[in-house]
Every structure is written in structure tokens, then in C-alpha cells.
Design a protein around this ligand. Structure first.
Ligand code: NAD
Ligand code: WQD
Length: 346
């Protein structure tokens, strides 16, 4: 059985669909602090299989003890954590407590239960400001620019030390670039609280009329059109990468680090145009000053994952846009209301 922490969240819920479809039994541990149980019932409806859900916190040792005692876990995918860069700047202690404390607690409980195979959700943010593209796993991890990024880097270092100290462990560190999109059914997707901080959810809410206008953070970067360039990866490609990494991690010991990206960057304006083309809606925007902490460009060298995991992102930019738009149209208020089959159609 696979334990998926944070399995009710955006990426975790998509991973659970894939795991169930691939025949694995899954137990989800999630505090629901940034997600809804509705996502899990939709996961079950897509996969046509049931999962086991425990509402709890990864920092709660007694909850983990009971979980490992009652479920026959042989592998853990650890998605649980807080992920807002801006929030981490104002509440750094909460980020270190949850993201670092959560991983420590989970690994302690795993060790006690004799389960030592883990995939950890890391981020391209651990590379910090990189002078040259594409970003290879061998690049140094420089000082990340915010507490969220530092919490991810600390986790990576803790997990490396754990593996060096005990050769029974096998751990995969997956460094995500910019996950976007939704399951192709439009039934599950990303459901940001409040105003979205990330580009594609914001564009999508402008297109549906919930937000008036996109602010493009700077058009004076040294990029082809002056706007920031990122490596957007379809969430279903990303979770396929987890299943491939799981095979590798299961078959050996030690630690491996892999970028999960496409190897291709798109600018903010390219994203706007692609979304307009696919949705048939217009996305008004205004150019505003750069956002503090943003880099001009960031994209992956994905070759290591291809060579070592046998995984490669396959979905196109249009797939990312079409699936985001389908999710948006079918769920005007995300998981809050059952408005999936609204007149907007998908
Ligand atoms: P998300 O917020 O949608 O999902 C995280 C889930 O973890 C939520 O369901 C939340 O309720 C749960 N959670 C938080 N703290 C918990 C705790 N202490 N105990 C139990 N559950 C807890 O985020 P996501 O976008 O699905 O991200 C998943 C992971 O991937 C995170 O670790 C995030 O840092 C990492 N990541 C995300 C991105 C991205 O752009 N979405 C990029 C790189 C890395
Ligand atoms: C993408 C591009 C913005 C919003 C963040 C985290 C990173 C990772 C993924 C977790 C940039 C521009 C954005 C808007 C804009 N998360 N933009 N107007 O900043 O690459 O990465 O999410 O690990 O750690 O930092 O993603 O989607 O916020 O921005 O012009 O309203 O869109 O400047 O060029 P980012 P993003």
C-alpha cells in the first residue's frame, strides 16, 4: 500500500488517481488545511476505485504510529506541506514548522515502522538564481530567495544526511518546475484559495471573468519578449514522473535527484496567447513592475530523468491550456460548490 501525504491537494490528488488506476492501494493522510475532502471523492469517481483517507497532520506522531500500525505501507509519496512563497515571507516559522517538522516527523515514524522508501516533492526553487539555462541536477543549490525555498532545501539536506547515515533508505528528490493543468476529465484540478498567485490559475480566472485583468510582472527582462520565461509542466506528466521514480526508488537504495520539467520555456505573453487561442476568450493584461524575487528565466534540463527513470513529459502547451480551461469551466468555484456541469461547458 502507498501512503500519500497531502493527497487531497493539487498535485497529490492527481497522483492518487494515477496510483489507483495503476492498481496500487492508497492511503491518503491530509490535514485538509489547504484542500477539500471533495477532491478525494472525485478522485475515487475518476479512478472507479476507493482509497483510504485519514485526516491528520504529518507532525502528529501518534497519528502516524496508528497509521503505520493499521496499514501495510511499503512506499511513501510526501506531498504534504505549505507552498506559498509570499506567505512564507510573512510567516516563516509556520513554513519551517510544517515543511521541515513534517518531514522529520514522517521519517521518524517511517523508520520505526521499517518503511524506508520515499519520494519527496522538492522544487526548482532550490537552485536559486542560476546564471545559465538549462538547469541540470548537478548545478549547485544556491541560497533560495525565500523561506519556502529554504524549507525545501533544508528538507533535501536532511534526507541526504538520513541516507548517508542509514544505507537501508531509498529516497527520490523530485524537483518540480512549474506544474499546471488538470486531469483531462476536468473533474479535479488546482483550486487556489483567494486570489491566485501563480500565472496560469490567474489567467484562467481572468478568462472566465472572475478577475478583471492580468498584471504581467515586468516586460524588461532579457528574454525574447521581455517577460519571464518558465518551464510549465502538465500535472499529469508530473505524476507520471512520480510513478516512474517510484519504480527506480523501489529497486535500489541511496538517494536520487531528478528534475521534473519539459526542457522548454514559455514567456508570460506566450502563455496568455496560448490560453486565448485554446479557450476562445480574451485575457486582458497590463504591464506592471517586476515582482520582487522573480528571475528572468527558469527551465529544466530533463535528460537525467529520461535516462534514469525512463520518463519524459509528453503533453503539449495546448493540452495544459485545454485541461486548465475544462477544469475552470466545470468548476466555477473550485471544490466549493457542485457546479461542475455549469452552462459554461468544457
Ligand atoms: P497543495 O497545497 O495543493 O497540497 C498540499 C496538501 O498538503 C494540502 O492538501 C494540505 O492540506 C496538505 N497539508 C499541508 N500541511 C500538512 C500537514 N502538516 N499534514 C498533513 N497534510 C498537510 O500543494 P501542491 O501544489 O499539491 O504541492 C504539493 C507539494 O509539491 C508541496 O510539498 C509543494 O511544496 C510541492 N511543490 C509544488 C509546486 C507547485 O507549483 N504546485 C512546485 C514545486 C513543489
Ligand atoms: C510564473 C511567471 C511571473 C503571476 C512559483 C514559486 C516556485 C514554484 C512554482 C513551488 C513569472 C509571471 C505570475 C501573475 C505574472 N512553487 N506572473 N503575473 O514564480 O515561476 O514559481 O511557483 O515550489 O517556488 O516561486 O511561478 O506562476 O508565480 O509565475 O506576470 O499574476 O508568471 O512573474 O514570470 P514562479 P508563477
Amino acid at each position: 500500500m502507498i501512503l500519500v501525504t497531502g493527497g487531497a491537494g493539487y498535485i497529490g490528488s492527481h497522483a492518487v488517481v494515477r496510483l489507483l488506476q495503476a492498481g496500487y492501494d492508497v492511503v491518503v493522510l491530509d490535514s485538509l488545511e489547504n484542500s477539500s475532502v471533495e477532491a478525494l471523492s472525485r478522485v475515487e469517481s475518476i479512478a472507479r476505485r476507493s482509497l483510504h483517507f485519514i485526516q491528520g497532520d504529518v507532525r502528529d506522531q501518534s497519528c502516524l504510529h496508528d497509521l503505520f500500525a493499521s496499514c501495510d505501507i511499503d512506499f511513501v509519496m510526501h506531498f504534504a506541506g505549505l507552498k506559498s512563497v509570499s506567505e512564507s515571507l510573512v510567516k516563516p516559522m509556520i513554513y519551517f514548522d510544517n515543511n521541515v517538522g513534517g518531514t522529520l516527523s514522517l521519517c521518524q515514524a517511517m523508520d520505526k515502522a521499517g518503511v524506508r522508501k520515499l519520494i519527496f516533492s522538492s522544487s526548482a526553487t532550490v537552485y536559486g538564481n542560476v546564471p545559465a539555462m538549462a538547469i541540470h541536477e548537478g548545478f549547485p543549490t544556491r541560497e533560495p530567495t525565500n523561506p519556502y525555498g529554504r524549507s525545501k532545501l533544508m528538507n533535501e539536506e536532511i534526507l541526504r544526511d538520513l541516507v548517508s547515515a542509514d544505507s537501508r533508505w531509498s529516497i527520490g528528490l523530485l524537483r518540480y518546475f512549474n506544474p499546471v493543468g488538470a486531469h483531462e476529465s476536468g473533474v479535479i484540478g488546482e483550486d487556489p484559495n483567494d486570489i491566485p498567485c501563480n500565472l496560469l490559475p490567474y489567467i484562467s480566472q481572468v478568462a472566465i471573468g472572475r478577475m478583471k485583468m492580468l498584471s504581467v510582472y515586468g516586460n524588461d527582462y532579457p528574454t525574447p519578449d521581455g517577460t519571464g520565461v518558465r518551464d510549465y509542466i502538465h500535472v499529469m506528466d508530473l505524476v507520471d514522473g512520480h510513478l516512474c521514480a517510484m519504480q527506480t526508488v523501489q529497486s535500489r537504495t541511496g538517494i536520487g535527484v531528478w528534475n521534473l520539467g519539459t526542457g522548454r520555456g514559455y514567456s508570460v505573453l506566450e502563455m496568455v496567447r496560448a490560453f486565448e487561442r485554446v479557450s476562445g476568450r480574451s485575457v486582458p493584461f497590463q504591464i506592471v513592475p517586476r515582482r520582487q524575487g522573480d528571475v528572468a528565466e527558469c527551465w529544466a534540463d530533463p535528460v537525467k530523468a529520461e535516462q534514469e527513470l525512463g520518463w519524459k513529459a509528453r503533453r503539449t502547451l495546448d493540452d495544459m491550456m485545454a485541461d486548465t480551461w475544462r477544469w475552470q469551466c466545470q468548476n466555477l468555484n473550485g471544490y466549493n460548490n457542485d457546479d461542475r456541469f455549469s452552462s459554461f461547458g468544457g
